[in-house]
Ligand binder design. Sequence first.
Ligand code: PAF
Length: 279
Amino acid sequence: MLRKELDRERAAGRTVGLVPTMGALHPGHAALIARAAAECDVTAVTIFVNPLQFAAGEDLSRYPRNLDADLELATAAGAALVFAPPVEEMFPGGRSATVVHVAGLSDGLEGASRPSHFDGVATVVARLFNLAGPARAYFGEKDFQQLAVVRRMASDLGIPVTVVGCRTVRDHDGVAWSSRNGYLSADERAAAPVLVRALEAGAEAVAGPGRERAAGEVRRLMARIVAAEPLALLDYAELVDAETLTPLDVIAPGAEIRLLLAAWVGGTRLIDNVGVTAP
Ligand code: PAF
């Protein structure tokens, strides 16, 4: 049982790092685990493909599962413990009757396209945090909205877990590592860098000298770049306040801004984001 083992570590004076995942571990996860292992005495990785965060018709049944490879990667990256509970252990009776909803932060962006997604994430992460006990928990900025939702949930509920956000890890061509990249055909994978290209162009438009500073222009610029890639179909291109995730109309000097994109590449929905400080 996770709590007992981690309580034993804490009782011996050791600090605990926690890396919640859905498995299908890749270099982005390895970086989270390595950072946790560098900053904490004992690092636990959780692997649970959480049914609550998939809507009907999404990819729950085909989500990649490979526990042996995951155990190997997690251990090599520095995990002392891997917790991969069956659904019955996470949700006795099949589902959770309690739903954790983080109002506001859950509603726009990903929440607009996937209405129950963040309730599923917040509910399962609250349970994982309670199963683990006091810890530092590491999440990737690749899922920027998830990071904001989880941080707010832990703070609002007074859960003694410090949420640590970690930089997105990218492949050689700039594509953010994601377990869903494995769904892409060779042609689709070759088209996938269009997301980061559009984001970087948007960031340059925000930060560059003498460039267009109206938020609407930056959104349209990103959308045009995605539209020029025949295999990609834009879901949203947004420019938000990095703290509140509120969409911006104007770019105020010194504002901390996050540019976020979601696009279908073939049958796969990819998301990515970058941060920029307005000059
Ligand atoms: O980012 C993920 O893999 C999942 O959303 C998480 C945080 C493990 C919750 O199921």
